[in-house]
Design a protein around this ligand. Structure first.
Ligand code: PBG
Length: 332
């Protein structure tokens, strides 16, 4: 690109910023409700809604409340919701049996949403952490996470979600080969149209804390997830993970967390030109909510600026707990 040299006073970049109409006209990035995915925490505790203390404004929802949220998403122009289950502690075990229960909380909620609001996309989380009494995403034996034994469980879990009507299964477990295992299981069972959104570059982050509270896996978790989630120090490894997941049959990829990993998002989006998503995770949400609650950040502007940054970095869309609020602002 060659640009004729011009300097002040001929060059005055402020001309393009002088009024709202010209700023709108030349904006390079646009956020719309269609860019948002709304993560819903669902629970099997019976109550309609239970507040999550570390995520102000977020409630755990009963399946019926999740249906209402899905309808709200549709009305707001949000294309999809993503489900994350809080399973009662008594239903958890070492292998995460609940993950493959066809009548479990997630399949039940998927069916309820697809019955009532078929137009909304439903994304499910494929991982065992919400179902295991040790809080890990895979099968644990003698203190080690077994990769290949986990694959069978994850593939079965994905199949059960697809069977219940999930449009997109999203493996967030970070086992090697899981996308292939899931893709093969879907193909073998006539679910060749089910999309896979892989959490391809998922980092071992401190910013998942409030989520683990929300789904109730925090208390259970023994040790950390560093043998499967990525080291926050790495970039090239993210590109390798994305390449593998695409080769194994992923349709879309995700980088997680989001705000702290915009550099990764940008590199992935540029390198692969596939739909690239980011997850503005619970810790990022909680951090902003806390500052907003203290009056230290201006609520609406901070939320929309954070979402603009994701789009600017190259995201197709963002999973964000701010989704309904942001959509309302964008629709106003
Ligand atoms: C795990 C999973 C996690 C999140 C989504 N799926 C956390 C983890 O890896 O411990 C985090 C979401 C958030 O922090 O908002 N399968």
């Amino acid at each position: 690109m060659t640009v004729a040299p011009a300097h002040f006073p001929l060059a005055r970049p402020r001309r393009l910023r002088a009024a709202p109409w010209i700023r709108r006209l030349v904006a390079e990035t646009l956020v719309t409700p269609a860019d948002l995915v709304w993560p819903l925490i669902i629970h099997d505790g019976g109550d309609a809604r239970v507040a999550v203390p570390s995520m102000p404004g977020i409630d755990r929802l009963s399946p019926a409340e999740a249906v209402k949220a899905a309808r709200e998403a549709l009305d707001l122009g949000i294309p999809a919701v993503a489900l994350f289950p809080n399973i009662s502690a008594t239903a958890k075990d070492a292998v995460g049996s609940g993950a493959t229960d066809p009548d479990g909380l997630v399949p039940e909620t998927v069916r309820a949403i697809k019955d009532a609001v078929p137009e909304i996309g439903v994304i499910t989380d494929v991982a065992l952490d919400c179902y295991t009494d040790h809080g890990h995403d895979g099968v644990l034996e003698d203190g080690r996470i077994l990769n290949d034994a986990s694959l069978e469980r994850l593939a079965e879990q994905a199949f059960i979600h697809a069977h219940a009507g999930a449009d997109i299964v999203a493996p967030s477990d970070m086992m090697d080969g899981r996308v292939q295992a899931i893709r093969e299981a879907l193909e073998a069972n006539s679910f060749s149209d089910t999309l896979i959104l892989s959490y391809a570059a998922k980092y071992a982050s401190a910013f998942y804390g409030p989520y683990r509270d929300a789904v109730g896996s925090a208390k259970a978790l023994t040790g950390d997830k560093k043998t499967y989630q990525m080291d926050p120090a790495n970039t090239d490894e993210a590109l390798k993970e994305v390449a593998l997941d695409l080769a194994e049959g992923a349709d879309m990829v995700m980088v997680k967390p989001g705000m702290l990993y915009l550099d990764i998002i940008q590199r992935v989006a540029e390198a692969f030109k596939v739909p690239t998503f980011a997850y503005q995770v619970s810790g990022e949400y909680a951090m902003m909510r806390a500052a907003i609650a203290n009056g230290w950040l201006e609520e609406d502007r901070a939320i929309l600026e954070s979402l603009t940054a994701f789009k600017r970095a190259g995201c197709s869309g963002v999973l964000t707990y701010f989704a309904p609020q942001a959509a309302r602002l964008l629709n106003a």
